[in-house]
Ligand binder design. Structure first.
Ligand code: FES
Length: 143
């Protein structure tokens, strides 16, 4: 199987069987993001414990395969990680998608989305959940 085919398979598998799909307790802060060009959307909630580790993370949404697979892969990548590690994952994934900046951590299955960077419109799809994550972490830091 070629690498492209393998990557396609990872994306489709996460789209069909999204990980960490659903919601946490209603009282948890929620980030709601929408891609204005298509109306696809995502809701994201996160639970950070006293050791600054992502104890749980959930998303709900509807959208194209890339946006939903990216959200699912993102939740797997950050769950159980410390916040400083999460920030490195966010930076590295953003670099993977834009070709700018440095990739400083292993991205594992997230690399399946690398091909998306050839299609600037689809980069927005892949970044939807990551934008939600960044804003949620900013809010958590301030509270
Ligand atoms: Fe809407 Fe991808 S087409 S997020």
């Amino acid at each position: 199987m070629s690498l492209d085919a393998l990557y396609q398979e990872i994306i489709l598998e996460h789209y069909k069987n999204p990980r960490n799909f659903g919601k946490l307790d209603e009282s948890r802060a929620k980030a709601h993001y929408e891609n204005p060009s298509c109306g696809d959307q995502i809701d994201l909630q996160i639970l950070i414990n006293d050791d600054n580790v992502v104890e749980d993370i959930r998303f709900q949404g509807r959208g194209c395969a890339i946006s939903q697979a990216s959200a699912s892969l993102m939740t797997e990548a950050v769950k159980g990680k410390r916040l400083d590690e999460v920030e490195k994952i966010i930076e590295s994934f953003t670099s993977l998608m834009t070709g700018e900046g440095e990739i400083t951590v292993e991205l594992g299955d997230l690399e399946a989305l690398e091909g998306v960077k050839k299609f600037p419109v689809r980069v927005k799809c892949a970044m939807l959940s990551w934008t939600a994550l960044k804003s949620l972490l900013e809010r958590e830091k301030k509270s």
